[in-house]
Design a binder for this molecule. Sequence first.
Ligand code: SF4
Length: 222
Amino acid sequence: METPDIATPIHARIVEGLERIATALKSDDWSRAQAAGVNPTQLSILRTLEGRNAGLSVKDLSFQLGVSQPTVTDSILALERKSLVEKRPDPADGRAVRVVITDTGRAAVQAGDAATGTVGQAAAALDDEDQELLLVQLVSLIRQLQEQGAIPIQRMCVSCRYFRPYAHDDAARPHHCNFVDAAFGQQDLRIDCRDHETADPSVRAATWATFQKGRPLHPPGN
Ligand code: SF4
């Protein structure tokens, strides 16, 4: 038996764990894409365009998804043929186009989302406290990747100009969203919110500091 003395560092074992989850997610991606009638890359494009009413350029899509522009271009052609997206002139640049999701495309995303994957089922099987803890840890990890420049800014509460962490003296709903002017709890933190607007870097840093400072050292109930 491998003893703890010679175990790999904890960060390496976290990566090992994430790799196992990534394997299951890949399989889930295919199931969801099948339900939507597209392939996983095409579904990622549709999901990225959903909620972005002005659409995105091929370059922006490529940046958001971390795939090459030729791959995005090919996928968009296939999605156009299925009437799931359309190209519109960019109002800011007459020679450029923006890719916009259609109503049919939105319906395809919903069909994909309805297919709960194995990872979603496993997450749902955790108790409420563990789900909340995991959500906050994922937010921290994703933010760290953003800070390293490994991924673009995601539409998370912690980077949103409407987010006011720990604005309320209420353990169940300590945060405030200025967009909907409502208090909400840790379990409602968003990873991909369509109403997100990126805050300035100095505001993001201050928001994160407040969020970290206010976080309980232990999850509720422990
Ligand atoms: S608009 Fe969305 S991302 Fe921004 S604070 Fe509100 S819920 Fe969070």
